[in-house]
Write a new protein. Structure first.
Length: 416
């Protein structure tokens, strides 16, 4: 039997109401912050991600779905969205149209990771990017938006972690300080961390190995080496979060995997989803546009994993999704009425009511059972003597009240 590829998942009809609900919350929060949607292709030239994310990152180094197409172009299924959004921003000269663009997306992403709970190979993210301003208000806005979305989804067990990575010069200096600190201990580091020592030393902080974390205990912290501007901006971010009552914790070890971050980085973790506990991550990336050969364009953004958020909602039992209801179920009594029933359904559907009827010649009783299962607000009975005199019965399923109406009245019927 052919099955879905490892790490991919079907989203079946019984799960779709959760997805639709989450997406409606996402869209409505982004709308209230005046963000516009952007959709970019599922695949891009590989070099975009190699340059935009960084060759030494896990994503580019190990996890991308990359292949040569028939024209021998190296193509990659997008593993994240920021590089694609910035590419589109440069390609369409969006900067010339207005100074600040506030954009959001909801999209599948692809990473060849080892599948486990909360980690898939095709997964979905929603996220936002604000391009064209270095205001720390936007950094705070990112955290605020995603926090608001998670709150509206009913999640409570959340922790917001924030940090500042400063400007690149500061970070480069700090890397030297960290290198000096770790050099005498290098041989004691885990193999992965030893590699990172040479390629991306900040990422040693991400290590899950306990002995690595022990070695880092007294390490100098980047947050204590910040330049004045980064320090001030970080204070503003913290003040805004406090003003809008978003609890947060400064986590000076939060460096995140991507090379392009500057200044603010953040993550929101859930206490309810096991080891893969990050629901979202983001930060400022003032250098990315230049790395992609665009003009200097400060930017900030975040991405949140939809599957993980849904898992957290399930584990916190937070969802209170309005029940799906059908407006009308047409019960057919007797035979040879299929075109008439079809026509009546069509009249109601044109008026945007949701309508269902029987396709399988089932008994009246079985049809009523179906109407109940579908949560139909009204049942219309089509057939029998009343039908011969141009009438149908209509039953309000909540009050059980039933009345007869002329068939022609279906064209104007109102149910609210
Ligand atoms: P990142 O783009 O790595 O910062 O990830 C942002 C968010 O996307 C994470 O916090 C997760 O919620 C989600 N995410 C990342 N990778 C995966 C994956 N392989 N499977 C499911 N969700 C993921």
């Amino acid at each position: 039997m052919i099955k879905a590829v490892t790490g991919t998942k079907d989203i079946l009809p019984n799960e779709i109401s959760k997805w639709n609900y989450l997406e409606s919350v996402v869209r409505s929060v982004f709308k209230s912050f005046n963000y516009s949607e952007i959709r970019t292709p599922i695949f891009e030239e590989t070099s975009l991600f190699a340059r935009g994310i960084g060759e030494e990152t896990d994503i580019v180094g190990k996890e991308m779905y990359t292949f040569l197409d028939k024209g021998q172009t190296s193509i990659t299924l997008k593993p994240e969205m920021t590089a694609s959004v910035v590419r589109a921003y440069i390609e369409h000269s969006m900067a010339s149209k207005q100074p600040l663009h506030k954009l959001y997306y909801i999209s599948p992403m692809f990473r060849q990771e080892r599948p486990q709970a909360g980690r898939l190979r095709q997964f979905h993210q929603f996220g936002a990017e604000a391009l064209g301003s270095d205001s720390p208000m936007l950094d705070a806005e990112m955290i605020h938006m995603v926090y608001e979305i998670l709150k509206r989804l009913g999640l409570k067990d959340l922790m917001v972690k924030i940090n500042s990575l400063g400007i690149p010069e500061v970070r480069e200096n700090y890397k030297k300080v960290l290198r000096e600190f770790l050099l005498p201990k290098k041989n004691l580091l885990s193999e992965d961390s030893r590699k990172r020592f040479d390629t991306n030393i900040l990422r040693i902080f991400d290590s899950k190995v306990e002995s690595d974390q022990d070695l880092l205990k007294n390490a100098p912290m980047l947050i204590n080496h910040l330049d004045e501007k980064s320090k001030n901006d970080f204070e503003i971010v913290k003040k805004i979060l406090t003003t809008v009552k978003i609890p947060f914790e400064v986590d000076s070890k939060l460096v995140r995997g991507l090379d392009y971050y500057t200044k603010t980085t953040f993550e929101i973790v859930s206490g309810k989803v096991g080891s893969q506990n990050a629901l979202c991550g983001g930060g400022r990336y003032d250098l990315l546009a230049e790395q992609l050969e665009g003009k200097h364009t400060p930017g900030v953004g975040f991405a949140a994993g939809i599957e993980r958020i849904l898992l957290a909602c399930e584990n916190e039992k937070s969802f209170n999704i309005p029940e799906e209801k059908l407006d009308f179920y047409i019960v057919t009594i007797g035979e040879n009425l299929s075109e008439k029933v079809y026509e009546a359904a069509s009249i109601l559907r044109q008026r945007n009511f949701s309508v269902e009827f029987d396709y399988q010649n089932r008994s009246t009783k079985a049809q009523m059972r179906e109407a109940n299962k579908l949560n139909s607000r009204f049942v219309i009975f089509f057939g029998g003597d009343e039908y011969l005199s141009g009438m149908v019965s209509i039953k309000n399923m909540q009050s059980s009240e039933q009345r007869q109406i002329p068939i022609s009245e279906l064209q104007t019927i109102n149910i609210d």
